[in-house]
Ligand binder design. Structure first.
Ligand code: GH3
Ligand code: MG
Ligand code: MG
Ligand code: MG
Length: 314
């Protein structure tokens, strides 16, 4: 083993976090202008180890949702004074898609069409009062379970299994809104492409498993240096990585990329196994697409390789 903490990979950390999220009590918001209506549901849920928020109006509910982005389920009464449950459902859905937040409508109304209109407005489910506790409990559970399954599938779809970093597709999904925002603010962003130097030689000399260890370690260095809210990083291909920076000036980007290059170069005993990387860093000009910056970063990377490797070219 060339790294003493080789097993402590990002992939494992990310997986542990994902599992941990699934074991937390899911936060649920109960909305009803009648305290008695809220407490019936709250009592039913408390026994199931949910974390409960209560709102006495639609306005309250929207505020609580805005302040607690981990809420997974809203259970809302229909008939309420200022904003009814149907309108609340529409308003919530304008901001929170069904793959992140479930909504269950509930009402003592005798209107048989109310259920359909809630579902059309974006509710995930609906129950009439008086309800059977066992049924409501199961509907709540199955909606929470659906979100856990979606989280799991999203993790598999977005992450590179070796490193736990975002994969190429997830990277572009995240980079797109960043580039759009740069277009509106007029600020510059930056793209860095990183490629491990002479990586084929590592595989040839030490085998594929050691090569994989090197890739994991480089990914860990990228995460340490770059995941600070102003950067999104991903495994772009085999031994190539990509980072997008925004809300940070060019001097800071250069400093971060230099620090990253140094951290990688210092991560192994060079006399045993030499691991270095080269980076090309290009500006994303506001209003310009990502493609121009990607091409520019790629050419700068090529220059870094030609210039002797283990260097950052701007
Ligand atoms: P350069 O400094 O010019 O980048 O040289 P290089 O040897 O790194 O470049 P090259 O593109 O020729 O080699 C990349 C190698 O990376 C080839 C491929 O077998 C290896 N590779 C790609 N993905 C993986 C992986 O997931 N695991 C391992 N172990 N090797 C990989
Ligand atoms: Mg009511
Ligand atoms: Mg390469
Ligand atoms: Mg390479």
């Amino acid at each position: 083993y060339f790294y003493k903490d080789a097993d402590d990979t990002i992939a494992q950390v990310v997986r542990t976090v994902a599992r941990f999220v699934d074991t937390l009590p899911p936060p649920v918001l109960i909305v009803d202008d009648m305290a008695s209506g809220r407490s019936v549901l709250a009592d039913l849920l408390r026994r199931q180890n949910y974390r409960i928020f209560e709102a006495a109006s639609g306005v309250d509910a929207l505020r609580i949702l805005a302040e607690n982005d981990d809420i997974e389920l809203v259970i809302t009464d229909h008939h309420m004074a200022d904003m009814d449950g149907h309108e609340l459902t529409q308003r919530i859905r304008a901001r929170h898609p069904a793959d992140r937040l479930r909504i269950i409508g509930i009402s003592g109304s005798s209107d048989p069409f109310l259920s359909a209109s809630f579902l059309k407005a974006g509710a995930s489910d609906f129950v009439y009062r008086p309800f059977i506790a066992e049924e409501v409990r199961y509907r709540i559970e199955s909606n929470i379970e659906t979100l856990a399954q979606i989280r799991h599938l999203r993790f598999l779809a977005e992450r590179d299994p070796l490193t736990g970093l975002y994969n190429r597709r997830a990277f572009f999904e995240r980079a797109h809104p960043i580039v759009v925002e740069l277009g509106t603010t007029g600020d510059e962003g930056y793209i860095a492409i990183l490629d491990i130097d002479h990586f084929k030689a590592v595989n040839d000399r030490y085998g594929h498993d050691v090569g994989d260890q090197v890739i994991k370690r480089v990914a860990a260095a990228i995460r340490d240096c770059c995941d600070h809210g102003d950067a999104v990083s991903a495994r772009f291909g085999g031994e190539e990585f990509i980072i997008i920076f925004s809300r940070i000036d060019s001097a800071a980007v250069q400093a971060r990329c230099e620090a990253l290059r140094e951290a990688i170069a210092a991560s192994t005993d060079r006399s045993v196994l030499s691991v270095t990387a080269s980076l090309g860093v290009a500006a994303i000009h506001p209003g310009e697409g990502l493609d121009n910056a990607l091409n520019a970063a790629d050419q700068l990377l090529y220059m870094a390789k030609g210039g002797g490797r283990n260097r950052v070219t701007y």
